[in-house]
Design a binder for this molecule. Structure first.
Ligand code: HEC
Length: 137
């Protein structure tokens, strides 16, 4: 093999070695595999959700798929359309805040969702994020 062919071959291998992993991994973080990009004011709430709620609850916008508890997209937004109007967003936010602060009983098990997972400030941030983004999935 001439030296030139050898170098070209080496370059092709190098390009493939970079390109293939890039193609394989560039989809990370998109719709089906990870959290949605949310407005800056909701980022902290989204992160709190992932850490504190996502093991039990599925929420598309947070990229979580917990299945111990109801899917919050389905439960909170049965229409399947993320709310755009303030009144609906506010009422969903209230509902979530109430669940986080007081916990949720199931018909058979009181406190199936425990109360007081978060402090009030954190609970508000999570509730505002869920209120604004539930129904994306
Ligand atoms: C240990 C698991 C667990 C964790 C963690 C958890 N939940 Fe829940 N959650 C549940 C269960 C179980 C239910 C449903 C209870 C039932 O109706 O049987 C529920 C219900 C809810 C509801 C519905 C209440 C309603 O109005 O019907 C909301 C909203 C909710 N959770 C939000 C959250 C948020 C936000 C977090 C994070 C701060 C969170 N949950 C963390 C288990 C959990």
């Amino acid at each position: 093999m001439s030296k030139r062919v050898f170098i070209v071959f080496g370059l092709v291998v190098l390009v493939l070695a970079v390109l293939i992993p890039w193609l394989a991994f560039r989809d990370k973080g998109d719709a089906s595999t990870g959290p949605q990009k949310v407005a800056a004011q909701y980022e902290h709430g989204q992160e709190l959700f992932q850490i504190n709620c996502g093991t039990c609850h599925t929420l598309y916008a947070a990229g979580t798929n917990g299945n111990y508890a109801p899917d919050l997209d389905e439960l909170l937004v049965p229409t399947g359309e993320r709310a755009q109007d303030k009144a609906t967003i506010d009422s969903t936010t209230e509902r979530v805040l109430n669940a986080v602060e007081n916990g949720v009983d199931s018909s058979t098990t009181p406190g199936r969702m425990p109360a007081g997972i978060l402090n009030r400030q954190q609970a508000k941030e999570v509730a505002e994020f869920v209120g604004a983004y539930a129904g994306e999935g």
